[in-house]
Design a protein around this ligand. Structure first.
Ligand code: 5GP
Length: 137
């Protein structure tokens, strides 16, 4: 699928709009979701331009999942998470709303998670969670 470089995550990657970042290296960025489905909901995105998981090259896919694991460990430690839902929506038909591939880490359960991209979170709480996650990384 054609990549739209004006999507919101592309703008975050170019620092054109702010994000509460917890981890960044040359290939991957992790930042807090602003409409969290649970406290500590974090997004991990490859910097490569890919809309869905199926558009992502194997090297970036492999590298990104390693960072997903690293951030998940930090979330577990920082927030004493008993379980973490890893979610990846590929394609509008699956409910994907931002057309840049991303992995959701939601420290919750599939039954207890809040609705998807439904309600803005409390920015102070989100920032506090980010600080804890960063400290655990
Ligand atoms: P998708 O529906 O594409 O799987 O998930 C997109 C996610 O991005 C949603 O969970 C939504 O809350 C989040 N989101 C949408 N706009 C922004 C934004 O401007 N900043 C951040 N940090 N997250 C966003």
């Amino acid at each position: 699928m054609a990549y739209d470089d004006q999507n919101i995550f592309a703008k975050i990657l170019r620092n054109e709009i702010p994000a509460i970042k917890v981890y960044e290296d040359e290939r991957v960025l992790a930042f807090m979701d602003i409409m969290p489905q649970a406290e500590g909901h974090t997004l991990v995105i490859p910097k490569a331009q890919a809309v869905t998981l199926l558009d992502l090259n194997a090297e970036d896919a492999a590298y990104t999942i390693q960072v997903v694991q690293k951030v998940a460990r930090a979330i577990e430690k920082a927030l004493d998470a008993k379980g973490i839902v890893l979610m990846q929506l590929s394609g509008e038909a699956a409910g994907q709303t931002v057309p840049h591939v991303h992995f959701h880490l939601v420290p919750s359960s599939i039954q207890a998670m809040r609705n998807h991209a439904a309600e803005m979170g409390d920015m102070e709480k989100i920032k506090a969670n980010a600080e804890k996650i960063k400290a655990a990384l």
